[in-house]
Design a protein around this ligand. Structure first.
Ligand SMILES: Cc1ncc(COP(=O)(O)O)c(C=O)c1O
Length: 427
């Protein structure tokens, strides 16, 4: 064990897990590449858990941070913060609802916590619908709406939570269904769950348009419109957790929820907007955002440093039309990886959208999850110079979420490494 690893184990919590049998210390990044402390270079297709949206050390973002840090890092929201206001205006103009208001916090967890606060304040109800296999954060409130027991750290909950189908066609009660039939079955179960498990006065339905931590489970387009038709009758707001699916990552849309042709009442974001800076936020209809009657504040939320950096990052994203690149490069990824589900008996499914790809590993020829095989692919990819992630309810899904600036040559290189790793252990 390296000296740094021993120190990590000694001082950090036991549940703070590290990737790889020999964990990596990343010391430098540039574009889509990172270097470890031993000088090894890796192609980064996990981007610090789907966070490095435009790439490492993007000149405009670095300069904006440097410049702001030299002037003032922190003032608090008791004073007007120009980059915060400018960023909020930019985001409001991109929002999937008219007249949107924006509130900044420090993480995805806090963004979802705020969304839940707004929904409960607005409706006067604590009854929340959440998706099976969803992940929304690590606080008491957000893990309480996380439908994955491996990420549910505590049984305590401030809400009465009812879990409803996530549109999974491979696992769970709707297994084997697809398209309209899947939507009908899920919606029937949603209606039955509301009738049998709630009082009929709901705060919200919270969804991830594509489940990230849950292994890229991708519901059929239109599912959440069908859900909202039901839940609106019970007063529930629709909260779309865009922490992973926002900013054009899915290629086809700027917000993942747009695939469902439904208007969310609240959107949450974090990760990619700051390209690694600690920033998250909530976008909401004005009547919802302004429904809190007490004081509320986030000391660091929207601070000059992170909002200046995030503003430069969003400008870079938009002026280079990185959503279009996500669509084009995503199509190339799926062209190569998609057919593996038919060719390799241990690959059950290749799914996702744009630059959000999951490859589910199973015992060959079955649908039995095989986390050891996924771990072996993960290690082999690293040995081949490629960083990818893992996830899924049973930790058997390899995840790829590269920066949206990824090039065709980098996609081809990553696919070659991953296909070789899958062929070696893919059954
Ligand atoms: C969809 C989603 N929501 C919320 C979160 C929590 O974000 P954070 O880790 O910034 O608190 C995550 C983190 O992975 C996520 O993927």
């Amino acid at each position: 064990m390296s000296e740094l690893l021993a120190r990590h184990r000694h001082v950090m919590p036991s549940w703070l897990s590290l990737y790889y049998e020999e964990p990596i210390e990343v010391v430098r990044g540039s574009g889509r590449h990172v270097w470890d402390a031993d000088g090894n270079r890796y192609l980064d297709f996990f981007g610090g858990i789907s966070t490095t949206l435009t790439g490492h050390a993007v000149a405009e973002v670095v300069e904006a941070i440097r410049e702001q840090a030299g002037r003032v890092i922190h003032t608090s929201t008791l004073y007007m913060v120009r980059p915060m206001i400018e960023l909020a205006e930019r985001i409001a103009a991109l929002a999937p609802m008219p007249e949107a208001k924006v509130f900044f916090v420090n993480s995805g967890t806090e963004a979802n916590d705020t969304a839940l606060l707004l929904a409960t304040a607005y409706t006067g109800s604590n009854q929340v619908l959440a998706l099976r296999n969803g992940y929304h954060g690590r606080s008491v409130s957000t893990q309480a709406v996380t439908g994955n027991r491996f990420w549910s750290a505590s049984p305590w909950t401030p809400f009465a939570v009812t879990y409803v189908p996530n549109g999974d066609s491979l696992r769970g009660p709707q297994q084997g269904l697809a398209g309209d039939k899947l939507i009908e079955a899920c919606t029937a179960e949603l209606r039955y769950a509301i009738d049998t498990q709630t009082s009929g006065r709901l705060a919200c339905l919270i969804v991830e348009p594509i489940q990230g931590v849950g292994g890229l489970v991708t519901p059929p387009d239109g599912l959440f419109a069908a859900y909202q038709e039901v839940t609106a009758d019970f007063g529930a707001l629709l909260v779309s957790d865009e922490v992973q699916t926002g900013w054009g990552r899915t290629g086809e849309h700027f917000w993942g929820i747009e695939a469902h042709a439904v208007d969310p009442d609240v959107v949450t974001f974090a990760k990619g907007i700051g390209n690694g800076l600690g920033i998250g936020g909530v976008i909401a209809r004005p009547d919802v955002m302004d429904s809190i009657e007490s004081h509320s504040i986030s000391t660091f939320g929207g601070n000059p440093l992170v909002t200046a950096g995030a503003l430069a990052n969003v400008e870079h994203l938009l002026s280079n039309d990185l959503q279009a690149n996500a669509a084009a490069r995503g199509a190339e990824l799926f062209d190569v990886l998609g057919p593996l589900a038919d060719r390799l008996p241990a690959v059950l499914d290749v799914r996702g959208k744009g630059l959000m790809v999951g490859i589910e590993l199973v015992e060959p020829g079955t649908d039995v999850p095989d986390p050891a095989r996924a771990a072996a692919v993960h290690e082999r990819a690293r040995a081949g110079g490629l960083l990818v992630g893992k996830g899924g309810l049973y930790d058997n899904v390899v995840r790829m979420v590269p920066p949206l600036t990824v090039t065709a040559a980098e996609v081809a290189e990553a696919c070659a490494v991953l296909v070789a790793a899958l062929e070696a252990v893919g059954g």
